[in-house]
Design a protein around this ligand. Structure first.
Ligand SMILES: *[C@@H]1O[C@H](CO)[C@@H](O)[C@H](O)[C@H]1NC(C)=O
Length: 179
């Protein structure tokens, strides 16, 4: 007659596994795991979100500038984050990202805060291509077609590279944004 001792049973690997499984099941019945309440959902960003950028680019509002309100965006303002704007053919671009070119020490620094249309058309950085800021807008009607092409090329370049942030109107235009 075959009487199997417990020892004999446990020497069989399958029986050992069954025995351990039974122990585990009994343990679970005797000590059921406590049903913990769910963790509260996070309501704010905390550390650990590595995909978050350090800072977001400032929101750009579309404004209607005049030569006089545009002039202060020439990059000479000492406050940190001073923006540099310039206009081409009535469109105002934010060229702050190109401070090395359009800032006070840049090779195009004369255009900062100004209507740069004529300078870009004539490929000139001289001050005489700039209209004084208290004068009516430069109508550009005397420009030759190759000069207009130059201006258009600059306009397209700026459109691809910089943010359009407004348009340029006459100093006395009632639609101009409040300063
Ligand atoms: C300048 O802007 C006017 C519209 O305001 C447009 O008709 C003209 O084609 C533009 N000139 C160039 C050279 O892009």
């Amino acid at each position: 007659m075959a009487t199997l001792s417990l020892n004999a049973n446990l020497s069989n690997p399958i029986n050992t596994a069954l025995f351990l499984y039974i122990l585990y099941s009994v343990h679970k019945i005797v000590f059921p795991s406590v049903n913990l309440p769910p963790k509260p959902l996070p309501t704010e960003f905390k550390s650990g979100y590595t995909w978050m950028p350090k800072s977001h680019p400032p929101t750009v509002l579309f404004k209607t500038f005049t030569p006089q309100t545009l002039a202060k965006y020439d990059g000479t303002e000492k406050a940190p984050g001073a923006r540099i704007l310039l206009a081409i053919n009535g469109t105002v671009f934010d060229v702050t990202a190109g401070r090395n070119f359009y800032g006070p020490d840049g090779m195009y620094g004369n255009f900062a805060g100004r209507d740069a249309s004529r300078g870009m058309a004539r490929q000139s950085f001289d001050l005489d291509v700039l209209t004084p800021i208290d004068q009516p807008l430069d109508k550009l009607t005397d420009l030759k077609s190759d000069e207009l092409d130059n201006m258009k090329a600059w306009y397209d370049h700026f459109s691809n590279k910089y943010i359009i942030c407004g348009k340029l109107v006459e100093n006395d235009d009632p639609t101009a944004s409040a300063d």
